[in-house]
Design a protein around this ligand. Sequence first.
Ligand code: NAD
Length: 443
Amino acid sequence: MRIAMIGSGYVGLVSGACFADFGHHVVCVDKDARKIEALNQGEMPIYEPGLSELVGNNVRQGRLSFTTGLAGAVAQADAVFIAVGTPSRRGDGHADLSYVYDAAREIARATDGFTVIITKSTVPVGTGDEVERVMRQSRTDADFAVVSNPEFLREGAAIRDFKHPDRIVIGTTDERAKAVMAEIYRPLYLNRAPIMYTERRTAELIKYAANAFLATKITFINEMADLAEKVGANVQEVARGIGLDNRIGSKFLHAGPGFGGSCFPKDTLALIKTGQDYEAPLRIVETVAAVNDQRKRAMARKVLAACGGSLRDKTVAVLGLTFKPNTDDMRDSPSIPLITALQDMGATVRAYDPEGMEAAREVLSNVTYTEGAYDCAKDADVIVIVTEWEQFRALDLDAIKAAMKTPVMVDLRNVYPPEEVERYGFSYTGIGRAPAPAGRPQG
Ligand code: NAD
């Protein structure tokens, strides 16, 4: 199969490289010339474990290439994937589909012979219909079918997720398109990955429903954590106790600073808007988004409380800036509202992240970036763990304590057992693991 991948970001680049690794011929297209130039020089524009090797191997074997020239890549392709961004539209939270429709117009003008157009970007229900209309309007004689094939990979584990997916969802009723999609995913089919064929609108909704459900699970356990703190229970054990129930499952039950990242915040908002547009309000998802928003500043208040109620002239050392480990993605990371709130409260912020500092510089100001965790802790009044990078899991707590002005730790990912940190002489605050209160509230 000859594949053109339009958009070479986190999803386009990983998907393109994996398809090439399956044996297809893939051209990854991006309108960002600097990104393409870097890729052509063997440099990865993003951090994703294993990506550099995967790209390098497939380029060397002549199956993967990069270009800014959409028309040439599309003209030769049997299948064209749209993997451009669908951020929140400024002001109203609807998904901004302008990149998708711009790409669709350009693709329509360039296709040559029957071509399957596949939206891999996360797009609201009905976008496939509109892509079809936009393409038809740009070029009446084009022969194509528009398919929805949402992507479920997770940054940080993207290659493994792509090659070993829980399921592949393909939304089309067009038989010619189905045959092309079956050929594209044949290596995964041989691995017995479940492939689900459905109608296009259903496929589009599956992606949003999945993300909204996962965001709900996270928010649920975060609220349980708040309650656990008040009643003297341990939220990690609550999560284990409910997660062992097969009907619930243990994943996405880690209490923390609230969900962030490039997908959940914008996708929950976009789904809420779709619900409102169709007069089918999604009250659970609306509440999830509101609760999660409030949580971010609440985390700053946790740091404030750990520092005795004032952050004025205090130095906060922040470990981890990205929304999760093993990525450099800073989009909607909980560290952003946390750090700005700490600064509003009068704190000076030092920060360290293994991969995210370059992207962080563009969204945060007045932060001192450091060389490593120990450097970050220097003269700090409190150390705050925001992202659970592996290298923060076994810190030399004696060295951290020696570097700090006062040994106070706020662990927003429950990386450390409280007793262990307290043994080193720290005052420790985690999430949802408070000592039992003296009694029940009166009422
Ligand atoms: P991204 O911002 O990293 O990449 C998008 C790329 O598309 C950019 O490099 C941009 O320059 C390029 N682009 C935009 N318009 C173009 C055009 N007309 N021609 C060529 N290139 C163009 O975005 P991403 O994180 O890869 O997300 C892409 C889509 O996939 C979104 O809809 C997102 O919701 C969805 N998604 C993302 C993830 C994830 O983990 N990042 C997971 C599943 C689904």
